[in-house]
Design a protein around this ligand. Sequence first.
Ligand code: PAF
Length: 283
Amino acid sequence: MQTVRDLNDLRAAVAAFRADGARVALVPTMGALHAGHIALIDAAKRAGTRVVASIFVNPKQFGPNEDLARYPRREAADARLLVDAGCDLLWLPPVEVMYPDGFATNVSVSGVTEGLDGAARPGHFDGVATVVAKLFNQVTPDAAYFGKKDFQQLAVVRRMVSDLDFAIEIVGVPTQRDDDGLALSSRNIYLDEEQRLKAVTLPRALGVAGRAIARGDDPAAALAEAQASLVAAGFVVDYVALVDAATLAEPAHADRPRRLLAAARMGQTRLIDNIAVDPTLTR
Ligand code: PAF
């Protein structure tokens, strides 16, 4: 696997892939890689593409009181995992390449960013959309792979790609989970042993509420029960919400896929998760 930190080198490497007749896929990450990221690489490999992974801890998507300074950085270990996964190229842009002096552009997607994490983390999705647009222009992939754990992020990227005519296929990959059901996340390492045990309440509460809503129980009661079980486990809840899986607005039609999403803090660690409510209609 080649590792590049310079934009000209990146472009030359991608041009060489294309000269071989290969399709190119991008797996954008912030590093601290785990099996969830490797599932993205695997999905891209299965599609027969050359895979470019990027690692960039994007300052623009962290709020002033968030965990930018302590976000895990493990470049060497990440590179080893990527080699083992068969990644072809690692793009490691320095911050001054991504945001040179005088950088003044912001990509802002409205609509799908307005509730949920968009409300709880003001500016977060502008930061995500801006860096993803830059990564798309730098790598010029044919396809890009994103985890469904960040379901709202996936919706934001899809909207941006459609609105700005990026000729890039966006592939959503199912959430990878630990044996007890906790969604894999680079932030799980912040949890101490006791918090980790309690954290499993998040996927369990979503599962219980999702099944109740799918069999026709009152959604408001199911959401309230999920919220109560999270609080009882020691979470501070940002939201538990049922939305239309495409628009992320309140579900309007019973025949459209719905998604149940939650964000909650266990101590200093903010966890998110989501599930499909109507798996037969899954988006
Ligand atoms: O999901 C992430 O790791 C990040 O939000 C992304 C897409 C790499 C943009 O910084």
